[in-house]
Write a protein that binds this ligand. Structure first.
Ligand code: AMP
Length: 648
């Protein structure tokens, strides 16, 4: 089937042909003949990436009176990005039509300019629901001539809480209008809108109802909660040419993961709602141009991202709503390309994978997080491959060559290859040679391999989950990843550690670690260990309290001061301490300017979620003296500054 055979208007046909559209996509095949020049409501089940914008955009253009300056079509979409994208697409389709004016309106941009544009005579307004309500309330838009309302990504708009806005908008438009609703999924709320506002709508579904995109391979890895970040790094290292989106659940987690990746030398950045519009635009510009390899994003911020060739979508955490998975994974496998969607899950989240499988009507493959050997091998061959494709700047290098040849003249070809390769290989080999297997089975994780400890300090000592973890890591000189399931009570706390670390903590009893002039005692608790896989709540559960949540938040101040009267806290948090927020830190790679893969850092994200200037409160430090030069207390100033900006 061709666009011509579908009867697409000649001027539109010319435009899409110029845009490189050779044949209509399945959804376009269905909508174009049914909507062009006709008057009908429609409900279409379609994922992003199926060509749905043209599926409604092309017929919509044929219904406009371009000599009139009234707003005749209203397109509602969940995000600014999507609004802008739709507007651009419409303008492209209308290249050979005269007189079309499209205005995109969305929050976060000055409303006056948008009002001016609408008043200048836009036949099409593409809007986020919230901003449109604003315009309606200001009487800045006349909807009495609206003939077609398109609800794009209706399920998303409802997920984002636009239910009342949609109701208000739909009841403010003429009853004679046609409504075309597009949704990737069909939850009850979407059905409600369809039955309330539409009359015998045409029902269109591309592929099976709720089916996922066939071009996407879905994989999940099962790891301990504390190994999520390490798993992410493995993925990034295993796919050196990754061009991907990493989805996190909260803004704080997004920023945190992005900061860690940056610190570890990856070419990554964050996209979330706490960034200014200018910052978000810049990140998106870098991502679109492939200057940025890994975009770490929240669901909301990444909605409407229309970037082709995304190779991987990584669910660092599964979405709160299983249905959002479709939107996330739909960012890859677009326009006929294949893509991989990876979910990093803890054992207790595996049932969520099953829910998602039902929704996408597709199965996940359980795969193993690549081990160190696999990663090294992949990197090695990637390097070898690059030697073939590297650009040789003959002129620039010419002058140096004689000296280089002279210096290397004793080496055979084999020897030379070995040495050049080793120069790079040694670095990641050193990093990965002792790397651990991050995979765990689905039978409840590392049950039996952890020990629960009781300690006689808690909230009354000014500690919270994060700060106590940092404290324990410091006194034991253990990597914080070995301390998990921290449960801080008023005057005491529990934590778990791996069995192999038990002695380290018991030994502290002999040392007599003091805090607030009290000796801290470490006792093995009789209570059953939780199984060692992380947080108590895992999916969809209320407020997040895991290590990342308080990032930039208020309660994170406690360590050595903060909410407590600083004076009391003498024994800990002394002024001389250099490790926090200081300069010693990171750059594990030793390389400095490496940009991607093998930033070489160590796994497990030792990064502390606090970056305080100077020490930790006042007071001199008496009880323990282990600045643990080896660990890095996130001395990444750049990260700290960025974060400060972002978490205002
Ligand atoms: P959408 O689902 O509207 O976000 O479209 C996904 C991508 O497919 C966009 O980059 C479109 O430009 C592209 N596209 C849409 N229709 C066609 C077509 N008929 N042929 C080729 N590419 C298309």
């Amino acid at each position: 089937m061709t666009f011509q055979e579908l009867g697409l208007e000649p001027m539109l046909l010319k435009a899409v042909t110029e845009m490189g559209f050779e044949n209509p996509t399945p959804i376009q095949e269905q909508t174009i003949p049914q909507l062009q020049g006709k008057s009908t409501d429609m409900v279409a089940l379609a994922q992003t990436g199926t060509g749905k914008t043209a599926a409604f955009g092309l017929p919509l253009l044929t219904k406009l009176d371009l000599n009139s300056r009234f707003t005749q079509s209203l397109i509602l979409a969940p995000t600014r990005e999507l609004c802008v994208q739709i507007s651009k697409d419409l303008i492209n389709y209308s290249k050979f039509l005269n007189g079309l004016r499209v205005t995109a309106v969305y929050g976060g941009a000055p409303i006056m300019g948008q009002i001016r544009d609408i008043k200048a005579g836009s036949q099409v307004v593409v809007a986020t629901p919230g901003r449109l309500i604003d315009l309606i309330e200001r009487k800045a838009i006349d909807l009495s001539h609206v003939d077609v309302v398109v609800l794009d990504e209706a399920d998303e708009m409802l997920n984002m809480g636009f239910k009342d806005d949609l109701d208000q908008i739909l009841s403010n438009t003429p009853p004679t209008k046609n409504t075309w609703l597009f949704s990737a999924t069909m939850p009850r709320e979407v059905e409600r809108i369809a039955s309330k506002y539409m009359e015998s709508p045409l029902e269109i579904s591309v592929g099976k109802k709720n089916s996922g995109n066939e071009n996407i391979q879905h994989i999940y890895y099962t790891v301990n909660q504390r190994d999520r970040y390490a798993a992410l790094k493995r993925i990034a290292d295993f796919y050196p040419d990754i061009f991907g989106i990493v989805f996190c659940r909260t803004k704080a987690e997004t920023q945190d993961v992005a900061d860690q990746l940056i610190k570890d030398g990856y070419n990554a950045d964050a996209l979330h709602g706490d960034l200014s519009q200018a910052q978000r635009d810049l990140v998106m510009k870098r991502f679109r141009s492939h200057t940025l390899q890994m975009l770490v994003a929240t669901d909301v911020a990444a909605r409407g991202i229309d970037v082709n060739n995304v190779t991987h979508v990584i669910n660092y955490n599964l979405p709160e709503e299983a249905e959002n998975y479709t939107h996330r994974s739909g960012r890859t496998g677009r326009a006929g390309k294949t893509g991989i969607a990876i979910a990093i899950v803890t054992p207790r989240e595996v049932n969520k994978i099953r829910d998602i499988e039902r929704i996408i009507q597709n199965t996940f493959t359980k795969a193993d997080v690549p081990d160190g050997v696999a990663v090294c091998e992949k990197q090695l061959f990637n390097l070898v491959h690059k030697l073939h494709t590297v650009e040789v700047k003959d002129e620039e290098i010419e002058n140096y060559l004689p000296k280089i040849y002279e210096e290397l003249k004793d080496l055979s070809k084999e020897e030379l290859i070995k040495r050049f390769i080793s120069e790079e290989f040694n670095r990641f080999y050193a990093y990965y040679q002792n790397s651990q297997d991050l995979n765990i089975g689905n039978d409840g994780g590392s049950n039996g391999k952890t020990t629960r400890f009781f300690i006689n300090m808690g909230q009354l000592d000014g500690f919270n989950r994060n700060s106590i973890k940092d404290f324990l890591a410091e006194v034991s000189s253990l990597n914080p990843r070995f301390i998990f399931n921290v449960d801080v009570k008023n005057s005491f706390s529990f934590f778990e550690t791996e069995n192999k670390c038990v002695d380290e903590f018991l030994a502290l009893n002999k040392k007599g670690i003091e805090f607030n002039a009290r000796v801290i005692s470490f006792e093995v608790s009789k209570a059953k260990p939780s199984g060692g896989y992380g947080e108590k709540r895992s999916y969809g559960g209320g407020s997040r309290e895991d290590g990342r949540r308080s990032y930039g938040g208020g309660e994170r101040k406690s360590y050595g001061g903060g909410s407590r009267e600083g004076g009391e806290r003498k024994s800990y948090g002394g002024g001389e301490r250099k490790s926090y927020g200081g300069g010693e830190s990171r750059s594990y790679s030793g390389g400095g300017e490496r940009r991607s893969s093998f930033g070489g850092s160590r796994e497990g994200g030792e990064r502390k979620p606090f970056n305080r200037e100077g020490g930790n409160g006042g007071g001199e430090r008496r009880s323990f003296d282990k600045p643990s030069g080896e660990r890095s207390f996130s001395g990444n100033r750049e990260g700290a500054e960025r974060r400060k900006r972002f978490t205002k």
